[in-house]
Design a protein around this ligand. Structure first.
Ligand SMILES: [Zn+2]
Length: 112
């Protein structure tokens, strides 16, 4: 099992990275660079809980979603170190954006 954030490997039986507090995955982007090209950013936030919440909602609609933190990028970034991106496959982008809009609209209504 591998942490998608810090890429540390853990023995089986551990399901959450104690450093990053994110669920471990069995492998990360083992298909390589080609795979990621089909993924598009549908949302950015600096709140990890919001990213996780939106990802869960997108996934509950049957759409595969990924969270990409700054740490996952292979090039050095200047500023905006806390930006977290939500990615879905290109074919799902419109649906995912609609779900995110729904959720954000709902939250506005609840706050009023
Ligand atoms: Zn980690």
């Amino acid at each position: 099992m591998i942490c998608p954030e810090c890429k540390k490997e853990y023995p089986e039986g551990i399901s959450v990275c104690p450093d990053c507090n994110v669920p471990l995955v069995e492998s990360i982007t083992s298909a390589g660079e080609n795979e990621i090209e089909d993924w598009v950013i549908v949302y950015t936030t600096d709140a990890e809980y919001e990213a996780e919440m939106l990802k869960a909602n997108i996934e509950s609609a049957g759409i595969e979603a990924r969270i990409l933190g700054q740490k996952d990028q292979s090039f050095p970034a200047v500023g905006d170190l806390s930006v977290i991106k939500i990615l879905v496959q290109e074919k799902d982008a419109e649906d995912a954006k609609a779900i995110i809009n729904d959720i954000n609209n709902r939250e506005v209504e609840e706050n009023e």
